[in-house]
Structure formats: C-alpha cells, structure tokens
Ligand binder design. Structure first.
Ligand code: CA
Length: 229
C-alpha cells in the first residue's frame, strides 16, 4: 500500500505501534502528539487518511474533527478512542468521521480499515474531471449530483446542480438573474428572480467556506452573480 497518513495521538505506546505497523506495509506516517499540532498539519498538508485520537492534550479529537469538517476538509478520518460508548461513536460519525476504532484494537484490523479509507480517498481523486466541479474544498459530481459540501455528502437537487454548473462554466463572467432563470428554469415556468437568490443562498451555505462572505459565488450589484474558482 502507498499513501500518506496523519496520526494524531498523544500516547507513546499506541502511537509507536500504529506508526510502526503502517510503515511496515508501506505508508508514510506523520505523527502529531497533541491536538494543535495535529490540527495545523491537517490544515497545511495533504493526507490520504487521518487517524485521530479523541482524548488529546490541548484540543480534543472531537473538536478537531468538527473544525476540519466545517472547513470542508474531505480527507477520510478514523477516530481512535478508549471509550466504547455507543454515544461517542454516534457523535463521531455525526460530526463527519468515516470510521471508528476502539482501543485496544487488533493491528491487522486497523491496517485493513486504514487501507479502505486510503483507497476511498485515492479513488475519489481520479473521477473524470469534466464532470467534477471543485469549489474550494467541496466537490460536485454532475453525473450523479452527489456533492461533498459543508453539510457532508448529499445529493443536490436538479436545479441546484444546474445552477452551480452554469455559474461554474461561465466562471469570471457575470450572469444576470434573468439569464439564470432562462438557462436553469427554462421559458415555460416563471419563478421570480427571488427564486434565484434563494438558490444562491442555499449553494453558498453548502459550498462557501464562509457563506456570509462568499468568495466563489459573488453578487454583482444590480445584475446578478459571478463565479470565481
Ligand atoms: Ca489519548
């Protein structure tokens, strides 16, 4: 296996065991020993998978998970924890973790699960690019309308996907609300221009790093909208 894994774990024995075993099957492992260092690495470097301990000095793993997902990081994350409680597991998965492993864990199982996450990360990257729109850290697959958004993975509505594709393909060029209505909704129905604004608000919420200060889907005063990659 090849791939780059970020391990965020403060326990020396567990960390050494995980790193040694992952390196022995071919992974490159970066090991952060506290929450802040882990968060910084996850933000500044790119990884195929992140192994994240919950109980950490500084920022705990659950908080790191929330911050990374809120910022739109799509890297698969597996939580490592000493807690077996179902509620912790549920919370981790709700906050955007992809997998969950309770300590003490079987090394063979750990390696197999990391392998599954890394394969997923690597296959996501080779999807045909003309059908994949990238908006910051988010993605939209136009074939399936499957999107990776600030709210996690979801399927966009037909009009939402069509509107985003229209803006994306006209990137840099301002589109008026009436142009957008005609292209996306067609001539046969007549929703108000307010409909366009509502859809734009929804798309910003899903795809903008900060929906209140849009960087990609920007308003062109008195006209309509423009997309910046
Ligand atoms: Ca710990």
């Amino acid at each position: 296996m090849s791939g780059k894994v970020l391990l965020i774990e403060d326990e020396e024995l567990v960390g050494t065991m995980v790193r040694m075993n992952l390196e022995s099957v071919g992974y490159q492992v970066d090991w952060a020993r506290d929450g802040q260092q882990g968060l910084d690495l996850a933000r500044t470097d790119s990884f195929d998978a992140i192994l994240l301990d919950i109980s950490l000095p500084g920022i705990n793993g659950m908080e790191i998970l929330s911050q990374l997902r809120t910022q739109g990081l799509a890297t698969p994350i597996m939580m490592l924890t000493a807690q077996h409680e179902v509620s912790t597991k549920v919370k981790a998965l709700e906050n955007g973790a992809d997998d969950y492993l309770a300590k003490p864990f079987d090394v063979t199982e750990m390696i197999a699960r990391v392998g599954a996450l890394v394969r997923r990360a690597q296959s996501d990257r080779v999807l045909p690019s003309d059908q994949m729109l990238q908006i910051g850290a988010c993605w939209l697959n136009l074939d399936t309308r499957q999107a990776l958004t600030n709210e996690g993975e979801l399927t966009l509505g037909e009009k939402e996907a069509a509107l985003l594709a229209l803006l994306y393909r006209a990137r840099g060029k301002a589109l008026s609300r009436s142009d957008i209505l005609e292209e996306v909704w067609g001539m046969d129905v007549s929703p108000s221009e307010r409909t366009v604004d509502n859809f734009i608000l929804r798309l910003r919420k899903l795809f903008e790093p900060d929906p209140d200060q849009p960087r990609h889907i920007v308003t062109v005063r008195g006209l309509g909208y423009r997309f910046h990659p």
